[in-house]
Design a binder for this molecule. Structure first.
Ligand SMILES: NC(=O)c1ccc[n+]([C@@H]2O[C@H](COP(=O)([O-])OP(=O)(O)OC[C@H]3O[C@@H](n4cnc5c(N)ncnc54)[C@H](OP(=O)(O)O)[C@@H]3O)[C@@H](O)[C@H]2O)c1
Length: 290
């Protein structure tokens, strides 16, 4: 029987790290993977146990450490296949003592809704290849867990921001333009809200559920940029029409879909409120900490 307070996180990046820090503060042990030695060292310096998982082959120490975990989070983005399922699915099956399995996915699976609202019952119709891969990964994991004691929890995340990764920092580095596309909105979510919802789910598993983790206010990106400028005490950035912006294919693909994401289910089921309901609360806190 495993200790009941050990998280194994495949792909301990921005979101996994925020969850890991929350868990350490709550007395948990946390094991995370990174793709290289420097990444593993950074995890160790942050107080986590770390092991290498490149996604290209099984991680040497992964199976053994995984066997000790009570909870497992998969935060690794899939390609054509999910590397965690490919290389460590058999280990998960073998040591199926885990009480909870979470998969981080994306609201991109919903595809284009012309500004309409989507919730977890909305049929996914991804457009971008990365979103098609996400939906396949969700389905592959659901099939994998069929007949097993635990079911996966699937969390569809909006655009993540937080300390070190936000519009305030990006503006200061000169990495932001105020792109305007008529009618376009995006949802976002603060990384600490992701962590608190994941933790809430780990404490009260609701197996088989799909949850959106998103803020309350889908907003145009130029509104976020101008609010960030206001907080930085600088003039608003000049607006650039989407049609005239020379965007990368990846950035352009984000503007090819417009939807408003409902987050009622996770708030209702876990009885947790967002710490940062909109980008304004998030950016105020981040600017105060800068
Ligand atoms: N960022 C967003 O706005 C957003 C929105 C919706 C969904 N998501 C998804 O939500 C999850 C968490 O996002 P995040 O921003 O916290 O991600 P992140 O900071 O990029 O962290 C991803 C983690 O996965 C590892 N990883 C990446 N590709 C891998 C591979 N092929 N094999 C093994 N490990 C791999 C990375 O390793 P290293 O530490 O060595 O780099 C890192 O630890 C990801 O799946 C992401 O795609 C992100």
């Amino acid at each position: 029987m495993t200790n009941d307070k050990i998280l194994f996180c495949f792909g301990m990046g921005f979101a996994g790290g925020a969850l890991g820090r929350l868990l350490l503060a709550e007395g948990w042990s946390v094991i995370g993977t990174a793709r290289d030695a420097a990444g593993c060292n950074a995890l160790k310096e942050a107080g986590f146990e770390a092991c290498l998982f490149t996604g290209i082959e099984p991680g040497e120490d992964v199976a053994e450490l995984l066997a000790s975990a009570s909870h497992v989070l998969n935060s690794v983005p899939p390609g054509a296949n999910d590397p965690v399922l490919t290389h460590h699915g058999a280990d998960l099956k073998q040591y199926a003592d885990q009480q909870w399995f979470g998969l981080l996915s994306t609201v991109g699976v919903y595809g284009e809704h012309h500004g309409g609202w989507v919730d977890e019952d909305t049929k996914p119709k991804p457009i971008a290849s990365r979103s098609l891969e996400r939906l396949k990964a969700e389905q592959d994991w659901q099939a994998f867990f069929e007949g097993m004691v635990i079911d996966p929890h699937i969390f569809r995340l909006s655009g993540i921001y937080g300390p070190g990764r936000n519009q305030l920092e990006a503006i200061k580095r000169g990495k932001v333009r105020s792109i305007v596309k008529q009618g376009q909105v995006f949802n976002r979510v603060h990384v600490e809200d992701i962590a608190q919802f994941l933790y809430g789910s780990m404490l009260t598993p609701k197996a088989g559920h799909v949850f959106n983790i998103s803020d309350d206010e889908p907003s145009p990106s130029q509104d976020v940029v101008s609010y960030a400028c206001e907080l930085l005490g600088i003039d608003p950035l000049p607006e650039v029409k989407f049609e005239e912006a020379d965007l990368s294919p990846m950035a352009r693909s984000f503007y090819g879909e417009c939807k408003r994401v409902r987050n009622d289910r996770i708030k209702r089921v876990l009885r947790i409120e967002l710490k940062y309901p909109t980008y304004r609360e998030g950016l105020i806190e981040l600017s105060a900490a800068m």
